[in-house]
Design a protein around this ligand. Sequence first.
Ligand code: SF4
Length: 362
Amino acid sequence: MREHHKLLSPSSLPMLERCPCFESTPAGEAAERGTIQHSALEHLIKNFKLKPEKAEKASLKKFKLDSEEESQVRWAFRKVLELVEEHGLPVDDIRQERRVTVVNNKFDQLTYGYIDIDCRHILFDYKSGQQRDSEAQIMAYAAGVMQEGGIKNATAYILYGKDAYAQRYDFNIDQCMSRVEGIEKYVMNPDAKPLACEYCGWCKSHLTCPAVIKSMQIIGNTIDPKDVDGLLSIKPGKADAKTLGKMKILALIAGTWAKAVDAEARSRLMNGKKVVGWKGGYRKGKQFITDLNNAHQALVEDASYLSTEEFISCCSASVPKLAKAAQAALGVGEKKAREEIEGVLGDIVGRGAEIFYVTKEK
Ligand code: SF4
């Protein structure tokens, strides 16, 4: 059970709703890139308020975003202005990174957090990653805005930069409070038990959590611990169908555990810590051509080492990458951009050999 004085953060609510014992791991690289994108978006909005005519040209160089990240941030910036205008609100009222708190009817604080952007009764949360269920988080922010303003309704948008997609939610205060209070009650329940879910990989306890091991064991036939030695002593090539099925479950458990151990050892060695009997180091990365036009000029046109056909046969273009690159120009999400690219390219889109997969029978 969680300590009562420990407040739940809005961003952890979607995870706590699935497992009341979830505790997040420290931010990884993706989360750090997300934080930088948030700062860049904040910079664009600040710039807009100071010098609206120069906002679009505002330099984001100091944030060291790659071109994809920069186009995501610029899309989010334009979307905020467009939506604020659509709601008939003055852009001067746009505020950023404001702390809001949510209290229950006894005025006990349930949660507090910082809203990316808000403007009177509308609020925005920018996401740099994949679309996920973040409704509980945005409901907590909306509850904070409504409590603060003494209003009953709010509109919230989650801005998914990667997909150039704004998801709209219209909430009233009762809906939001019942969701936030429900999660708080679930988490604070003295009998709360861990429940394996899709967020286990992000949880501090995933290496040792009994719920994870248990849930893996109950995929299909549970392996009795006393059977494990027997299974390990049989060569896979000699196993009958039933035994091989059980061995596969054991392999799944061992594989998950092995991945977690490997990640931990890697991270310690990268950070200069000791793992007895192991060392880490950097190998040179693969070489690649940074400028295809110049390479073609040098190898085909100037030196005549290769024909254009030979040069092209060494290059490849990935459909998902082309779709990502075209997303901003088309102003659509990743899936739609991919359909557009496939439609325009028609027959010249090829496919690799079929991949054989193995999954658990239901
Ligand atoms: S690892 Fe355990 S505590 Fe963490 S989310 Fe999964 S089930 Fe819950």
